[in-house]
Design a protein around this ligand. Structure first.
Ligand code: BGC
Length: 270
């Protein structure tokens, strides 16, 4: 068992190259749909935020139509972008939502968020799981890298040499004591079990994930990463939540997952 005294450090974001901005440079509106908050900002090609990050609370009951309206209002002041990246807290396949555990499964299943936002915002849209976007923002591109996000839900993403693997819903996979990873490590669990046992669970999870994936590095993001109170192993680090936004540019770059899924609508519009 590790010493329980130190607070883990947040790894600084890689320096952003201040390139001269060309007029041809594509600007990306990055949207992060969370269980508690909806966030957006416009990024340049290097992932630098060109506008303030805007945020509103996620409506308590948030069916697709209300989400699209709320997002359109949220991003209305953000202008000058050419394309849109969206991180969604569930399984996304070819732009359609397969699962949305924290937003209301029934109404969301099969909803074409990609199409709805493309029509609403009039720009090419790519939608991907939120943790996968965070993953694209966090990884170095070398070896097996895993990202977990500790927030309302538990997000996970796995990549090898910079390419995302098939999305695994670790959140709803059995973890321990008859409960899933999200039931043991999500925000409700942190509040219910308290920081001490939640921290013990995070330590267990790190070792379980090490056995499962043999990661070279594990990154921990999400709002509750700041509640980690034990010293992390050398191959595990906490990353800034900002990567959830900055990862949005990687959806439009070559390092993105090679899967045709996320490119469908953008190509139709091109
Ligand atoms: C969802 C995941 C998502 C995570 C973080 C979970 O409940 O099932 O798909 O990545 O929450 O938002």
């Amino acid at each position: 068992m590790k010493a329980k005294t130190t607070t883990s450090k947040v790894v600084a974001l890689p320096p952003v190259r201040k390139a001269k901005r060309l007029s041809t440079e594509q600007k990306t509106l990055a949207i992060d749909i969370g269980g508690t908050g909806l966030k957006a900002s416009v990024l340049d090609q290097e992932g630098e935020m060109l506008t303030e990050r805007v945020r509103v609370e996620t409506p308590l009951e948030c069916p697709p139509a209300l989400m699209v309206e709320t997002l359109a209002k949220l991003v209305a002041p953000l202008v000058g972008y050419d394309r849109v990246s969206v991180g969604f807290p569930g399984v996304v396949r070819r732009g359609k939502i397969m699962t949305a555990h924290n937003l209301g499964q029934k109404q969301w299943k099969g909803f074409d968020l990609d199409l709805a936002l493309t029509q609403k915002l009039g720009k090419p849209v790519r939608v991907l799981n939120d943790a996968d976007i965070q993953g694209l923002g966090a990884i170095s591109g070398r070896g097996v890298e895993m990202v977990i996000t500790l927030g309302t839900g538990l997000g996970s993403s796995l990549a090898e040499d910079g390419r995302l693997s098939t999305h695994l819903e670790l959140a709803h996979h059995p973890f321990r004591k008859g409960e899933t990873y999200e039931e043991q490590l999500g925000n409700a669990a942190l509040e219910e079990a308290g920081k001490k046992s939640w921290n013990r669970r995070v330590e267990h999870a790190i070792e379980a994930l090490r056995i499962l994936t043999n990661f070279d590095h594990l990154y921990i993001g999400g709002g509750n990463a700041k509640a980690i109170r034990f010293e992390l192993p050398r191959d595990v680090s906490v990353v800034s939540n900002e990567l959830g936004m900055r990862g949005g540019i990687w959806l439009w770059r070559e390092r993105s997952p090679g899967s045709t899924d996320i490119f469908r609508r953008a190509e139709l519009l091109a």
